[in-house]
Design a protein. Structure first.
Lengths: 1026, 436
């Protein structure tokens, strides 16, 4: 075989070059002076006899590819080889389009964080520290253009080229709005020449990155900021004059026409991103994580395209059982199932591209794609995800991605099908320039050679057998074993004779070319010799057995949610007849003995004696108590963030934007009879964020958890927390309760002005968008909703002075505070609260852990209730929430409250204060079937929830809970064994990435930041975390 | 009965409408008292229906079914009520940390690592506002425990009705407290939302913990060597302070939670012959057999806690006492809840009764077991003749908030004033709103 690397340099194409350079200006830069002699070439090549994979769907045998000046001229069969082309024979080889990665930061500097922003106690940076006519928030920087800061970095480029990439979309991965990406080749040329499209995309994320500005400090803050930025840009476009020159908003508007790429990195964040897009008519391309298979239907429902990373988790080292104790079932399952992620997307019919982003090392690409293929991904889709799909998503499919005439000459040459583990990429051509990858494998040198050593003691003849993998044997009667290497030209061989201490080594090196080899050798006694040899025949050894496809392994199932105690199928509603229970109706009938309750279609259908219902599942309630489900008015479970504390007024943020349906505390609350929780923003600032009422539908997604039709609420807070009493370096207003009152008043003055401005701007014309004239302000809009009784306040409050001050501000602005929560000194001003008309929601017996609770006392609930306030007991704590019935019972102890009234404090009363008592809170025909069957008197310390029912679905069942525990053990045991087996497997079968140390996953406890929690060994308080 | 109770309460409030400052410790018991007709929960598992407890000069004289009431005794008829030994907080910062968020009120954690010579009792404030509220929930004794450092110092068992710490102490300096370095792998850096994870530390945190534990062992080895010297050239106060520990006059309380930490606690018992008690012990149920075999007792700190792992039994902390009981491990139930300030000790036990213990076992876990662990079972922890008359009378089952209402309490025979700040504040505002 002719060595294809020996290209004769052609000359005399000068005229062609002149012509092309005027046309395309691709191959050289006329404006740059040349130091030395110009050496213009057309770089014209013809690759013949190749298996040409034109695109993922089309493979052409015995094909020719012609390129010239960095472009493909022709591809296919029956193509005449141009006279000026260098011909490369690719018999037995494959050509593929080079890969495209559209989620890279190749060649773009990684910014460093300047200084830390304020945690809960630290000093805050309230304004942007970026100089220039930019926007107010440091994390919003659409003005950053990757093409302006991009520079070729050939060592990085080589890493990508070596795994087949020829072009990448690169951007600076920093900030919430990250600016534009630029589409470049991986050629080693001047920056000017590698940019294929300067402004190719716009990028967003949910991570503020290096921004040192305090706001936003939470996920929901990020989402609010993004939403506000869209509205700001819309307004700026129309009424920009008032803003002056705002380069950020200008850039924001400029980049909207580009493909919009959003970094989700996680299944729930992907959905959050899609939801933002929905509001503004943007269909983001979503950069995923590797856990989307856990919610693939939801992914499909976004109708978005995705960019999938391939960083599948390493198996966990399972050697130490006391470490493994702290590894969760979901972590083990995710290890097994993560490689199914791409296949899940394919099966769901979702378009996706692959990226090397998130890989520890780009060289893991093929291993992990093969894992994905083993787990059901088709090779065709895998190839498309590396070529045509990314090109299409970026709108550059006419430029790149397939091997067709006119496209950029980006292609790879391999010695086999590209995803086979036997295959190597030999060369990667970028813009018509060759880069060697594993070029040494171009020629298959395995086989039997006749070789002669010409030594001082005469000629020795051997048969030399070169095998795949670098093993050599030298045969002359006996067989000597050795190792060889071949670099495509230079051949080296070493072998030993004798054994143990007597073993001697001989080394040889020379040239192996065109099936002939020659060179020199040196034996152990320093005797030099020469050798020569030639190819005799192919190796007679049986070819390695065709790679056996590994037996289809049994995989665990996705559960909903994907955590312990999740179910393989979503739980179903059923008709249930509870027989012969003691029923606490919370209605006029009071407590009914020996009573039946029928549940149909998720509602309470009938209450009576001796009921029967066809098809309904019967539950014996004999000796048991049935109550309405417990409603927790103050909870911080099931959210990805709770406190947006970076400003004193953050009414624009919404808990609903960051519900976490996989919080195990949902299940734990169910085990204590809770069916509805009010998820509040924290108490870090005076006007916090909007809250979300959820039903504890374990397994459902964020949207499905929301209590449908419920009124919107917002959290306010007073006192020590909002004046940052624990901080010695606070700079945020307010610093006193005097300031807190003024923050409240000022907020509603601003909101009033805002309403008036909107009214004044509205002309009443059809199709008018008033927000083009008046900036839509999400913060003031929420406050204005409060004044218009469309949004209701739950106010964290402790001492009597601040309570009344806040009520008076509300009255001044014409609304009432719906709920005072905590309200530990409520008993002191119960009459004033009653006159105002607020509900109250308190702890049973907490006190004396901070200054503002010194006068707290456990008769509070009793006294407030006696004065006539609608009183609830809440938890503010995921642990205590499981015992709210007993917390309510403490008012029997402290004050002697009637037991039915006590139970109402955790059922009907919170339902009333949340305006949902028409649906929940009591056992009444027509209401939602949110019920708890207790083993004992529901106020007793001995009472356990046997069944907790939401919408007629039994979400917690004590018996099933025990069974699930066994299943969790069994599944963990299976997965641990699987990992242990891998560890014991012989070298080759062990995972290349090694084993991960089992690191306990600390759960950050999100809370008010108001008090401590007993949440187990692995809990980290949010304030410690920050 | 309910209305009687109300009358009782009203009368009580009316006569005791005074500031907490005027709630005086009781005078020494003068006359013999007989509690008759009550249900007596001895604390050791035994229940006597319709029984009688007689105590004089601060000591219990007799406990049994009702016989003849002693002549001259003051008789209190507690028919229908329940009589219990005073409950005991096994390990607490009561009186050391008044308002946890206010630094100036904290006397719990001293600087330094080997504070064997630090004594909690000297900082114990008998006028803490929290104390009276505990008596009102049946808690009459507590072990006052220092925090901080590696060796935090010594604890003292106190009774909760005293003018001064010197009067309060019932077992002075009888425990030494070791905060085991954490042997859980911790993630380097901060991670999480919007944060850049800091580079992980190069030092293996588990190894670092083990190294520190070795340092602690070296400390005790040196202390032991020091103590064998008849007259050391230079006095070392921290070594001197270990004398009681080596003499077994002090127990060695090791605060730790995970298996490896607890196994090291067992090793301390073997190596130094210390009387080891594990405090915390949230994973103790995993090695109950080993603890039993090595006579290691356990103070369970956080009954009302969430399980450690999502995978764990949702009720694991509630069930742990039942598992230890079954394995024969001596354990007590504690209350360290910072927000409710330890007043729910009885209900912690009640929860354990719902999830595996019998009610009397649960009671033992906050009375006799605690006394045994704290080394004061000869003088308290149960209603047995010869012991201090530390007695509470509850309206009903003391473990259940529905019926826990303390009607009488006696500490060393003294009648305890059951007024407290909470009642006074409630009373003041009932007056304001005219609530009867």
């Amino acid at each position: 075989m002719r060595n294809p690397l020996r290209y004769p340099v052609r000359k005399g194409v000068f005229l062609t070059w002149i012509f092309l350079s005027f046309q395309m200006l691709v191959m050289a830069q006329p404006t740059f002076p040349v130091n030395g002699i110009t050496n213009p070439t057309t770089k014209s090549y013809a690759f013949t006899n190749a298996t040409l994979v034109k695109d993922a769907k089309t493979t052409i045998a015995n094909a020719t590819l012609v390129i010239k000046d960095g472009k493909i001229v022709a591809a296919g069969t029956n193509i005449a080889v141009p006279k000026d082309a260098v011909v490369v024979n690719l018999e037995g080889k494959y050509i593929y389009p080079s890969f495209i990665d559209i989620y890279s930061d190749y060649g773009v500097p990684v910014p460093q964080r300047q200084m830390a922003g304020g945690g809960f106690g630290g000093p805050q940076q309230l304004e942007s520290n970026k100089k220039g006519a930019y926007g107010w928030n440091q994390a919003i920087k659409p003005e950053v253009n990757a093409y302006e800061i991009f520079s070729v970095d050939d060592s990085k480029a080589a890493g990508l080229r070596n795994v087949g990439f020829g072009a990448v979309l690169t951007h600076q991965k920093d900030g919430i709005a990250r600016g534009t990406g630029t589409f470049v080749t991986l050629a080693n040329k001047r920056d000017n020449l590698v940019i294929l499209k300067d402004k190719a995309s716009a990028h967003y994320s949910l991570n503020k990155g290096t921004s040192s500005q305090s706001y936003p400090s939470s996920l929901m803050g990020v989402i609010a900021l993004l939403r506000q930025s869209y509205y700001d840009a819309m307004w700026y476009k129309n009424s920009g004059a008032k803003e002056g020159v705002n380069l950020t908003l200008r850039a924001w508007n400029d980049v909207q026409s580009l493909p919009q790429i959003f970094e989700g990195n996680d299944k729930w964040n992907d959905l959050r991103a899609a939801k933002i897009g929905e509001e503004f008519g943007v269909k983001y391309i979503i950069k995923a994580g590797v856990n989307e298979y856990q919610r693939i239907q939801e992914m499909a429902a976004t109708k978005s395209a995705f960019i999938l990373p391939l960083n599948f988790p390493a198996p966990i080292d399972t050697d130490d059982p006391s470490d493994v104790r702290f590894v969760g079932l979901d972590q083990l399952k995710h290890w097994e199932l993560a490689p199914t992620n791409p296949a899940a997307f394919e099966k769901a019919g979702i378009e996706f591209a692959f990226t090397t982003a998130d890989l520890g090392n780009t060289s893991e690409l093929f291993t992990n794609i093969r894992k994905a293929i083993q787990n059901g991904l088709t090779e065709q889709t895998a190839l498309a995800a590396l070529t045509t799909t990314p090109a299409k998503l970026l709108g550059v499919e006419s430029l790149i991605g397939t091997l067709e005439a006119g496209k950029v000459a980006n292609f790879i040459i391999t010695n086999g099908p590209v995803f086979s583990d036997k295959t190597a990429i030999l060369q990667n051509w970028v813009s018509g320039e060759r880069f060697n990858v594993k070029n040494e494998l171009w020629n298959d040198v395995t086989g039997v050679y006749e070789i002669a050593f010409n030594t001082k003691s005469g000629v020795k003849n051997y048969n030399l057998v070169l095998s795949a993998g670098g093993n050599a044997s030298l045969i002359q009667g006996d067989t000597l074993t050795g190792k060889y290497t071949y670099t495509g030209k230079i051949f080296k061989l070493s072998y030993t004779e004798g054994k143990g201490a007597n073993a001697t080594e001989t080394v040889l090196s020379g040239i192996l070319s065109d099936k002939a080899l020659s060179g020199t050798g040196l034996d152990a006694k320093a005797n030099a010799f020469t050798f020569k040899g030639k190819f005799k025949n192919a190796s007679t050894a049986a070819p390695a057995a065709a790679a056996t496809t590994p037996a289809k392994e049994e995989l665990g199932k996705v559960t909903y949610p994907f955590v312990a105690y999740g179910n393989e199928e979503q739980l179903k509603q059923e008709d249930i007849l509870i027989k012969n229970a003691t029923v606490w109706t919370n209605e006029k009938q009071g407590i009914l003995q020996n009573t039946d309750v029928l549940i149909r279609n998720g509602k309470i259908a009938q209450i009576g004696k001796n009921l029967s219902a066809k098809g309904a599942k019967e539950i014996d309630g004999t000796g048991k108590h049935l109550t309405a489900g417990i409603i927790d008015e103050h909870s911080h479970i099931a959210a990805a963030s709770i406190n947006e504390g970076a400003q004193s007024v953050t009414s624009e943020v919404r808990i609903s934007d960051n519900i976490n349906p996989e919080d195990i505390n949902i299940y734990r609350q169910l085990s204590g009879g809770v069916t509805t929780s009010h998820i509040l923003h924290g108490s870090a600032n005076t006007i916090g964020g909007q809250t979300q009422l959820i039903k504890l539908r374990w397994g459902k997604n964020a949207e499905e958890l929301k209590f449908e039709g419920a009124d919107r609420f917002i959290k306010f807070a007073l006192g020590e927390n909002v004046k940052r009493s624990s901080s010695t370096s606070n700079v945020r207003f307010p610093n006193t309760r005097m300031g807190v009152e003024q923050v409240l008043d000022d907020a509603f003055i601003r909101a009033t002005d805002y309403q008036n401005a909107l009214k004044a701007a509205a002309t009443g014309k059809k199709g008018e968008n008033v927000y083009e004239k008046v900036r839509r302000d999400l913060e003031l809009e929420a406050l204005s909703d409060i004044m218009n009784k469309k949004l209701f306040i739950t106010m964290h409050s402790y001492v009597q002075s601040e309570i009344v001050a806040a009520l008076r501000v509300a009255e001044k602005h014409g609304f009432r505070v719906n709920t005072l929560t905590h309200i530990l000194e409520g008993y002191k001003v119960a009459d004033k609260i009653k006159a105002h008309g607020a509900n109250v929601s308190t702890f049973s017996d907490w006190w004396n852990y901070k200054m503002e609770v010194l006068d707290a006392q456990p008769y509070n609930a009793y006294i407030m209730q006696k004065v006539g306030l609608n009183t609830a007991i809440n938890s503010d704590d995921a642990e205590m929430a499981r015992r709210l019935n007993q917390e309510a019972a403490k008012s029997v102890k402290y004050g002697g409250m009637n037991e039915e009234d006590a139970l109402k404090m955790v059922t009907l009363n919170p339902a009333k204060m949340m305006h949902v008592d028409n649906k929940v809170g009591s056992i009444k025909e027509g209401k939602d079937a949110d019920l708890v069957l207790w083993t004992d008197h529901p106020l007793s310390i001995y009472a356990m929830s046997e069944k907790t029912i939401v919408d007629g679905i039994v979400y917690f069942d004590r018996e099933k809970d025990a069974q699930m525990r066994d299943q969790i053990q069994a599944e963990k045991a299976r997965l641990i064994k699987k990992m242990a087996d891998l560890k014991r497997a012989p070298g080759g079968a062990r995972p290349a990435g090694g084993f991960a140390r089992p690191v306990p996953r600390y759960e950050v406890v999100l809370s008010c930041m108001d008090h401590t929690h007993n949440h187990g060994l692995l809990a980290v308080e949010e304030e410690d975390h920050q | 009965m309910k209305s009687l109770l109300k009358i009782f309460c009203l009368v009580f409030f009316a006569t005791s409408a005074m500031a907490q400052d005027n709630v005086y410790p009781g005078a020494p018991q003068k006359e013999t008292i007989a509690l008759i007709n009550g249900t007596i929960h001895v604390g050791n598992g035994q229940v006597i229906e319709n029984g009688m407890v007689v105590f004089e000069k601060g000591k219990i004289v007799s406990v049994g079914s009702k016989g003849t009431t002693p002549a001259g005794a003051k008789v209190i008829d507690v028919a229908g009520k329940h009589v219990y030994p005073g409950l005991i907080l096994s390990s607490s910062n009561l009186g050391l940390a008044e308002v946890p968020s206010v630094r100036a009120t904290l006397d719990e954690s001293e600087f330094g690592e080997y504070n064997t010579n630090v004594r909690s009792i000297v900082a114990y404030n008998t006028d803490s506002r929290v104390i009276n509220t505990l008596r009102n929930n049946g808690i009459l004794l507590a072990s006052i425990t220092p925090g901080g450092g590696i060796i935090s110092g010594s604890s003292t068992v106190v009774q909760l009705d005293a003018w001064h710490w010197e009067d309060a102490a019932v077992a002075m300096d009888n425990g030494m407290h070791f905060r085991m370095p954490n042997l859980l792998i911790r993630r380097g850096g901060r991670g999480g939302f919007g944060m850049f994870g800091a580079a992980a530390s190069n030092v293996d945190p588990v190894q670092a913990g083990l190294n520190r534990i070795e340092d602690v062992k070296s400390f005790f080895k040196e202390a032991k060597a020091y103590l064998t010297e008849v007259k050391p050239a230079q006095t070392n106060p921290s070594f001197e302070a270990t004398r009681k520990l080596f003499n077994k006059e002090q127990k060695f309380y090791i605060h730790c939670n995970v298996v490896k930490e607890m196994l090291i606690a067992v090793e301390f018992a073997k190596e130094f012959g210390f009387d080891v008690v594990i405090v915390g012990g949230s994973d103790s149920y995993l090695i109950a057999d080993i603890l039993k075999e090595n006579n290691i007792s356990v103070i369970l700190n956080d009954m009302h806690s969430l399980p450690t792992m999502a995978d764990d039994d949702v009720a694991q902390p509630y069930k742990t006492p039942g598992i230890l009981q079954k394995a024969g491990v001596l354990f007590s139930i504690n209350d360290t809840h910072t927000n409710s300030r330890y007043r729910n000790l009885a209900f912690n036990a009640g929860t354990a009764a719902a999830y595996g213990l019998t009610k009397e076992q649960a009671l033992s876990a906050v009375t006799l077991n605690a006394a045994k662990i704290l080394g004061v079972d000869k003088i308290t922890g149960s209603l047995e003749a010869g012991k201090d008359a530390n007695i509470v009378v509850s309206e009903g089952d003391i473990l259940d908030m529905r019926s826990n209402l303390i009607l009488h309490a006696f500490i060393q025979g003294r009648t305890v004033n059951l007024d407290d700040k909470a009642k006074q504040l409630a009373d003041r505002y009932k007056y304001k709103y005219n609530i009867k």
